[in-house]
Design a protein around this ligand. Structure first.
Ligand code: ZN
Length: 400
């Protein structure tokens, strides 16, 4: 874009920016009075009135009750309308699709799942996805669809570059759905979407810098730096599970040796339990540990220590405020968390370790769906300076 175009566009941009600032202030702090918005934004009275009127007319905010009287008339309070529209949040797993509907406040309204055979192609899963979307109720305006998938994702193009779990390479997901539903479709790594949900609505709310680590079938992480998800140059950031911790170690599903995942994930737990003749499945191992079997408990201790080694490296690299642990294997946290915490706290630099907060994710499985939907919410409310990835995303500000 040339300089002249930039000047022509700047008036409109400032208008859109001001709208974004006002709507986001109301969304994050509402209900708020006109005086509070004016104090925060420094906008002139006529400009602010014009913006509030536009937002009231679109229905994205509404007047709510009365504020505290300062002697005269009670001032109206403005509140964000989280029911303005809805977003479908989706998680594609190895043999099923989870679907949910969330409102603009991140509330999960419904949940549905559709199974598919393992080894299905992208095209086949797209059909399952459409079937699932048709099962969701229609509560009003659908603003977009957000999808989380395990693997490397090209967010700009909405393509799964590589998913070892699904054995997919270069599978376009967003474009076919956008064509069909005529709404923005955003695709991201599933752990990234969980991390986004925890950041907006869960355990990550107080932190600008944190790492969300998931444990279970695989080991993954989402990295938030200065309040933004860090995705890396090709969407591959946070692949903590394939951090090499022993070049001569066990063969990992990715083809390398000694990955963290190979000594931390469920496959490690089951393999070790089988070798020791304790159990043949995760469920049995967990039952044995719960019943006080020391050998079973020791396997979880080993897993906790191994996870601690990987996370310790992340901590020394990024110095986050918090580590948030999530994923399905948190159901065994009483058995591995002490060993994990011990490894992290006693083997990191003292100042870093003392300040670090270790906490559990709050949203559970629903977090994946809420996070996928939040990809769209974030795109909608992102100040227009940072958009431009996809046309037509900014529905709120696009109105005149
Ligand atoms: Zn690996």
């Amino acid at each position: 874009m040339g300089y002249q175009n930039l000047c022509k566009g700047s008036k409109r941009l400032i208008k859109d920016l001001n709208r974004a600032i006002v709507v986001n202030f109301i969304r994050e702090n509402g209900p708020v009075s006109r005086a509070a918005i004016a104090a925060y934004t420094n906008l002139t009275q006529p400009t602010l009135t014009a913006i509030i009127n536009v937002l009231l007319n679109t229905g994205i905010i509404h007047k709510n009750g009365k504020g505290e009287s300062s002697g005269g008339r009670c001032p109206a309070l403005f509140e964000f309308n989280s029911q303005y529209g809805f977003i479908a949040g989706i998680k594609i797993e190895i043999d099923r699709v989870l679907l949910g509907l969330i409102d603009l406040g991140g509330k999960l309204l419904t949940r549905h799942e559709e199974a598919f055979p393992r080894g299905s192609t992208g095209k086949q899963v797209l059909k399952v996805l459409k079937r699932g979307l048709e099962q969701l109720p229609n509560p009003g305006r659908l603003l977009g669809i957000g999808i989380g998938v395990s693997g490397f994702i090209d967010m700009d193009r909405g393509v799964v570059i590589f998913s070892p779990v699904l054995n997919w390479r270069n599978v376009p997901i967003a474009a076919p759905l956008e064509k069909l539903y005529k709404v923005p479709v955003l695709l991201d790594n599933d752990v990234n979407s969980l991390t986004l949900a925890e950041h907006w609505y869960g355990a990550g709310r107080p932190y600008q810098n944190f790492v969300c680590v998931t444990v279970g079938t695989g080991i993954g992480s989402g990295v938030v730096i200065d309040n933004k998800l860090y995705r890396g140059s090709a969407g591959g950031a946070g692949e903590i599970g394939h951090m090499m911790i022993d070049p001569d170690g066990h063969l990992c599903a990715c083809g390398e040796r000694g990955c963290l995942e190979a000594v931390t994930a469920d496959s490690f737990l089951v393999r070790t339990a089988q070798d020791k003749g304790i159990a043949h499945s995760i469920e049995d191992l967990l039952t044995a540990a719960t019943n006080g079997d020391r050998c079973a408990q020791d396997i979880f201790v080993m897993m906790g220590e191994n996870l601690g080694i990987g996370v310790k490296n992340i901590i020394n690299l990024l110095n986050p405020q918090a580590i948030i642990l999530g994923g399905e294997r948190m159901n065994a946290s009483p058995f591995f968390l002490p060993a994990f915490t011990d490894m992290v706290r006693h083997h990191s630099f003292p100042d870093v370790a003392r300040e670090l907060i270790i906490t559990e994710a709050q949203l559970g499985e629903a977090g994946f769906l809420i996070g996928a939907g939040t990809l769209v919410t974030q795109a909608i409310f992102e100040p227009p300076l940072y958009t431009g990835r996809k046309p037509g995303r900014n529905i709120i500000y696009a109105t005149t």
